[in-house]
Design a protein around this ligand. Structure first.
Ligand code: MN
Length: 153
């Protein structure tokens, strides 16, 4: 191979402005409420990839405290939780004006008959059963946050 004169690689790449704006737009705070460490890790992994700011709580009391203190933009709520279950946490939040419209996605271990009704009746906006679908969940979150931004605008 002869040492020809190589053209320098063009390197004028800059991060497009629209991309930066998009990244900033997805800095929303999400509270993950989940007592199972394995599921928590999975949820964190999926959502970290989307650049959200993540908050975590592992029981119902902690979830309430953290939600009131941090005012997350969206909550992922496991239903089977120590101390206060996810349905009760959701009912309490819905009775607080600041949380009347915060998107809450319930996650349940088993989809039993009547579960969906109980979950929706408690005030959750949507319902997913385990195992968590790692493609469906971020899509659902993205749509709900987009809708919430539109409602606020
Ligand atoms: Mn649980």
């Amino acid at each position: 191979m002869g040492g020809g004169v190589g053209l320098p690689l063009p390197y004028h790449w800059q991060q497009p402005t629209s991309h930066i704006q998009e990244k900033e737009a997805v800095k929303e705070k999400i509270l993950i409420v989940e007592d199972n460490p394995q599921n928590m890790r999975l949820l964190e992994m999926v959502l970290r990839a989307k650049n959200y700011t993540l908050l975590k709580a592992t029981d119902g009391e902690e979830a309430l405290d953290m939600a009131l203190r941090e005012q997350p933009d969206l909550i992922i709520m496991d239903i089977q939780l120590p101390k206060v279950n996810g349905l009760e946490v959701t009912r309490k939040l819905r009775n607080t004006p600041a949380f009347s419209h915060t998107p809450i996605i319930a996650i349940t271990a088993y989809a039993m008959k009547g579960d969906k009704e109980r979950v929706i009746e408690s005030g959750c906006d949507a319902y997913l059963s385990k195992p968590i679908n790692t493609r469906e969940l971020p899509e659902m979150i993205g749509e709900m946050l987009l809708q919430r931004r539109k409602d606020k605008a």
